[in-house]
Design a protein around this ligand. Structure first.
Ligand code: HEM
Length: 389
């Protein structure tokens, strides 16, 4: 909707016509003319645009390659994040975050799962989380392969690593919340690994606040502390994308000079369209999964018994735990985070073409191979009882 004060413009024009006849040119007249020109210019802008400068924010030029599917994975994660937020808020209304009451956490989740509409919301929340993890891993792989973590995008990469950790933390704490056998075992492992960290890990054990059930505190982490870390990290990540722009490939030419590919520019709004379309496609797939397969819920947890294995995104830790015990979970997780953090510190050459970064590509391939190998071992090994210390 456009709002132009045409009455005022007509009045002023009429006034100047009269003055012109009387040969009147003065400062006041020029001032008013300028205002009139501004109003006419504003006519081109929409109601929102003239107030929020929407176009300045969203219609800056980006390279055309930023609209390739692999470059819309970050946007797809945002769309899935919104699905998680909406479904999470709905589930929160019916969930009892207490392991000691009757009915408690497990009973409330059973009730949600047995209700047709709420069960569907729960399935959406579960499958949304699985796809979100897959999308974050694919997005990280795209950024790694295209060498987009290099100068000046190191902080963007580090904020991304922080986001990766929060995505895993969301999924891990979510697994505990259902308080079935899988959830109980996940919490026991958390207490076991927290003990290794000594005073640093006390926050994640029952001793920190003995009068509050640990499950209630895990719930608080899931709905407040982890989002409170994730949202600013996402803010930094997105602001830096706006400031640094999307990386363009840089190759080493035959004269050993770095040449950057200069792509045709398109408005950022075209990227938002692509991101929303791809996000919608993935959301439809999540809906289809939710209609076909229910989110898992085992029998109510029995403490001290270990019969399940970790969820798929942590299954790679299982064979290490079987061989080296519970401490392996903490040490391996820290080691993998250090590896991710080290990427932009270790690889600082300007060239981004993966064919000219053999060492980094081999390192990534070996890491991937280790994860796949460990996951296969985790799938094939029988479930085992571990000493939680
Ligand atoms: C919640 C998780 C995340 C969200 C919502 C997110 C979002 C985005 C978006 C929207 C972009 C713009 C281009 C694109 O979509 O590819 C982007 C770029 C980028 N992301 Fe992420 N990201 C996340 C996680 C990560 C992770 C885990 C890493 C690395 C470990 C990372 C590193 C980067 C870097 C370096 C760029 C710049 C890429 C370029 O300029 O080509 N992000 N991210």
């Amino acid at each position: 909707m456009k709002w132009i004060n045409w009455n005022r413009i007509t009045k002023i024009t009429r006034k100047y016509n009269d003055e012109d006849e009387e040969n009147g040119s003065n400062v006041e007249k020029n001032k008013e003319l300028k205002i009139t020109q501004k109003e006419i210019k504003n006519k081109e802008k929409s109601f929102i645009e003239s107030r929020l400068a929407w176009k300045k924010l969203f219609d800056y030029p980006i390279p055309k390659h930023a609209n390739d599917v692999t470059y819309t994975l970050g946007g797809t994660i945002i769309v899935l994040g919104i699905v998680q937020l909406i479904t999470g808020v709905i589930l929160q209304q019916f969930y009892i975050p207490n392991s000691n009451s009757m009915p408690g956490a497990y009973e409330s989740v059973s009730e949600i799962a047995n209700n047709v509409s709420l069960g569907f919301v729960r399935n959406l929340h579960y499958w949304g989380a699985q796809f979100l993890i897959i999308m974050v891993l694919l997005h990280s792989a795209r950024v790694f392969i295209s060498g987009a973590y290099k100068k000046p995008r190191e902080i963007q990469w580090l904020a991304g690593v922080g986001l990766l950790v929060t995505v895993f933390a969301f999924s891990y704490t979510g697994t505990v919340l259902k308080w079935d056998q899988e959830g109980t075992e996940a919490l026991e492992h958390q207490i076991g690994t927290a003990k290794i960290a000594g005073p640093l890990g006390i926050f994640l054990t029952e001793q920190f606040a003995p009068s509050v059930s640990l499950l209630s505190r895990i719930f608080a982490l899931h709905v407040t502390a982890i989002p409170a870390i994730a949202v600013p990290l996402l803010g930094i990540h997105l602001i830096l994308i706006r400031l640094n722009g999307i990386a363009s490939p840089k190759v080493l030419d035959k004269y050993k000079c770095i040449t950057a590919r200069v792509d045709q520019k398109v408005p950022f709004s075209t990227h938002i369209n692509k991101m929303l379309i791809n996000g919608a496609v993935v959301t439809i797939i999540v809906i289809a999964f939710s209609l076909i397969w229910s989110a898992p819920l085992y029998f109510k947890g029995v403490e001290g018994v270990e019969v399940t294995k970790p969820p798929w995104f942590l299954l790679w830790l299982y064979p290490l735990e079987n061989i080296f015990g519970v401490p392996a979970i903490a040490y391996t997780t820290i080691f993998v985070i250090i590896l991710f953090v080290a990427v932009p510190i270790v690889d600082r050459k300007e060239v981004t073409d993966p064919r000219q970064r053999n060492k980094m590509m081999i390192a990534m391939f070996l890491l991937l191979l280790s994860f796949v190998g460990l996951m296969i071992m985790g799938t094939l090994s029988p479930s085992m009882q571990h000493n939680m210390g």
